[in-house]
Design a protein around this ligand. Structure first.
Ligand code: ATP
Ligand code: ZN
Length: 223
């Protein structure tokens, strides 16, 4: 709506853990849509709202640029990008969505001598969330080396790349399968509805508030 668009855009994960629940919530909020031929968009048929299907990591950036007015994304992704400080402005967190629950946790190999967080001093920790981990280490007063890995973080200890990992956990089954166990929680996360920090016209703001109210209504109805 910053570029003369007359429709709102909401960014949702294209394919992953949040996709189905995000689209389901939009349907429960009363939005009916059909897919574009290239499967990048879902066009709202009954409201002036379109859904942009993207990688979850792209959602904070799309909100900061103003390419989308709203997005559904893990709080972990939002906070990582905010702490990484790539942009002066950051998206606004509006609502917790009640799905995508998980925690960012520190885990170590079974049988390791690392028992409590302070044992991590001077060691290497592999993660895909370097800013969240560095922030937590600072608050704990621990000096450790953060090793950035974008995938398969859980095998880093076996490869000798790190002594510990900092990764997202829900059931803990993946950790157990890799002979790892948790020693600390860095943050709790769930999917959130976030909005663009860019100013909009009064008409766009009104449309946005209406959609957010519908989503909030669908959430409370689900209880
Ligand atoms: P994309 O292709 O969109 O980048 P991805 O692989 O980064 O996908 P997913 O694995 O689908 O992302 O996870 C999306 C979000 O789901 C995470 O950022 C997190 O908020 C949430 N989540 C919930 N449980 C877990 C879990 N056990 N492991 C990882 N993420 C989880
Ligand atoms: Zn991702």
């Amino acid at each position: 709506m910053n570029d003369g668009r007359e429709r709102l855009r909401i960014a949702v994960q294209k394919s992953g853990r949040l996709s189905e629940a995000s689209l389901d919530l939009l349907r429960r909020a009363g939005l009916a849509f059909r897919a574009s031929r290239d499967k990048l968009f879902l066009y709202g048929e009954n409201l002036p709202v379109d859904v942009l299907l993207v990688r979850d990591d792209d959602i904070p950036g799309l909100l900061v640029e103003g390419s989308c007015e709203l997005g559904m994304v893990g709080r972990n992704v939002l906070d990582e990008q905010r702490l990484a400080g790539d942009t002066a402005t950051t998206p606004t967190r509006l609502l917790d969505l009640g799905f995508g629950g998980c925690r960012l946790a520190i885990a170590v190999p079974d049988g390791s001598a690392i028992d409590v967080p302070r044992d991590l001093g001077g060691l290497r920790i592999a993660t895909s969330y370097p800013a969240l981990l560095a922030d937590w280490l600072r608050t704990q007063g621990i000096e450790a080396e953060v090793v950035l890995l974008t995938g398969s973080v859980e095998i880093a200890p076996r490869l000798g790349k790190a002594h510990a990992i900092c990764d997202l956990v829900s059931s803990g089954a993946t950790l157990a399968a890799n002979q790892l166990h948790e020693i600390a929680t860095v943050m709790h996360s769930q999917a959130v509805l976030a909005s663009s920090p860019r100013p909009r016209s009064a008409a766009a703001t009104q449309m946005l508030e209406r959609l957010v109210a519908r989503i909030a209504g669908a959430l409370s109805g689900a209880g």
